[in-house]
Design a protein. Structure first.
Length: 130
């Protein structure tokens, strides 16, 4: 057992686990080293919130790439020719449309080339008009 700054005893595994979560050990451990239930519940709630935010972020990113692809197809470009118009290597543009997000500095140029409004690319599915 090690002694942290607050005088609480915590084992090395507990120290690593708490530090990995980015949490200060002092308020989490009572003087005898037992976890306070309300703090543990808050940590679990925070973890659920983070995972919910991550799912929403992944969903938005996927939808954003799908909207770019739809705009490209509507404008009559294939990935290679659009990549060249944007000054990118064809394989680089393919990555932006499939897994990575297009860099922000290319978005205005993309909108001009595809003749699409930037707000339309960022609109959530429920915000888009039918």
């Amino acid at each position: 057992m090690t002694n942290d700054k607050s005088g609480n005893n915590a084992g090395p595994k507990a120290n690593r686990r708490m530090l990995r979560l980015g949490v200060e050990l002092g308020p989490l451990l009572s003087p005898r080293g037992s976890h306070k239930p309300e703090v543990v519940l808050k940590m679990e709630s925070d973890a659920r919130l983070r995972s919910s935010k991550e799912r929403a972020k992944r969903r938005f990113n996927r939808q954003f790439r799908e909207r770019i692809k739809a705009a490209r197809l509507a404008a009559g470009y294939d990935q290679e020719s659009l990549g060249k118009r944007l000054g990118l290597r064809p394989e680089e543009y393919k990555q932006y449309e499939s897994t990575r997000l297009l860099p922000h500095h290319l978005l205005p140029r993309l909108c001009r080339v595809l003749n699409v409004d930037l707000a339309r690319l960022f609109a959530e599915e429920s915000d888009e008009s039918p």
